[in-house]
Design a protein around this ligand. Structure first.
Ligand code: ADP
Ligand code: MG
Length: 251
């Protein structure tokens, strides 16, 4: 069974067709890197997977459950609530901008959603949150407010916060693009660790070294399409398409 099975995803913003029939199946424990030029639809694709954007055509299944489907007349149907929300909660997401709650401490940021959305008991979630902070190397920042953290630390908190919801899949949208170069390493290290623990991950990234070393599969998107995909050795070592070659020569 695929963890994610997206088929023929189309998405338009007004008259602009941003996704032109994207299909992608992700296996359990797979780490997928999505690369491609700015504006090619990478973020929109990730956002469609967890319903931050609705699709105009196609289907999305998460762990065998249908989130969205298109009928014979071309009309898209989403799973009804509360099923749709439950399905989307299987995916955690980390954004380029960390989106931490500024008025909450690091620990409170981690436990907020488990407490309010999932109804987990405080005494159950606090130890788990502390363990996650340890894992991303921020145990000592437990009671600090986000404004006191560096960008790299904020992003590691954002990763821990997503993990506190116990997702089966993690989606990363350029998690290091807003960081000073010297801070990217600590975030990539936390992600690498997650990959080593066999988390299923889709990572939109400009970090080609990370994609090469950590991803099982690299997907090159351009102008709303998957142009080429394969192992890192294939895509980086012997790209087939001219558009892939041109992109890799530029980065
Ligand atoms: P990428 O992440 O690959 O840089 P995006 O998915 O962010 O690409 O954007 C793809 C295209 O969709 C771009 O042309 C962008 O301007 C457009 N776009 C993205 N979000 C919106 C939106 N909410 N409304 C209108 N256009 C959008
Ligand atoms: Mg983007």
């Amino acid at each position: 069974m695929s963890m994610i099975s997206a088929s023929n995803i189309h998405k338009r913003f007004n008259n602009l067709e941003v996704l032109k029939g994207i299909s992608l199946a992700v296996n359990k424990g797979e780490v997928i890197a999505i690369i491609g030029p700015s504006g090619s639809g990478k973020s929109t694709f990730l956002r469609c997977l967890n319903r931050l954007e609705t699709i105009d055509e196609g289907s999305i299944e998460i762990e065998g459950e249908i989130l969205a489907d298109t009928d014979a007349a071309g009309k898209v149907h989403y799973a009804p609530e509360p099923a749709a929300r439950r399905i989307c909660r299987k995916m955690g997401m980390v954004f380029q901008q960390f989106n931490l709650f500024p008025h909450l401490t690091v620990l409170e940021n981690l436990i907020e959603a488990p407490l309010t959305v999932k109804g987990v008991k405080r005494e159950d979630i606090v130890p788990q949150a502390e363990e996650l902070l340890l894992k991303v190397g921020l145990a000592e920042k437990r009671d600090v407010y986000p404004s006191r953290l560096s960008g790299g630390q904020k992003q590691r908190v954002a990763i821990a916060r997503a993990l506190a919801m116990n997702p089966d899949i993690m989606l990363f949208d350029e998690p290091t693009s807003a960081l000073d170069p010297e801070l990217t390493g600590e975030v990539l290290k936390a992600m690498r660790r997650l990959a080593e623990e066999h988390m299923t991950m889709i990572v939109v990234t400009h970090e080609m070294a990370f994609a090469r070393e950590v991803a099982n599969r690299v997907i090159f998107m351009d102008a709303g399409e998957i142009v080429e995909q394969g192992t890192p050795a294939d895509v980086f070592g012997s790209p087939v398409h001219a558009r892939t070659k041109a992109f890799l020569n530029r980065v």
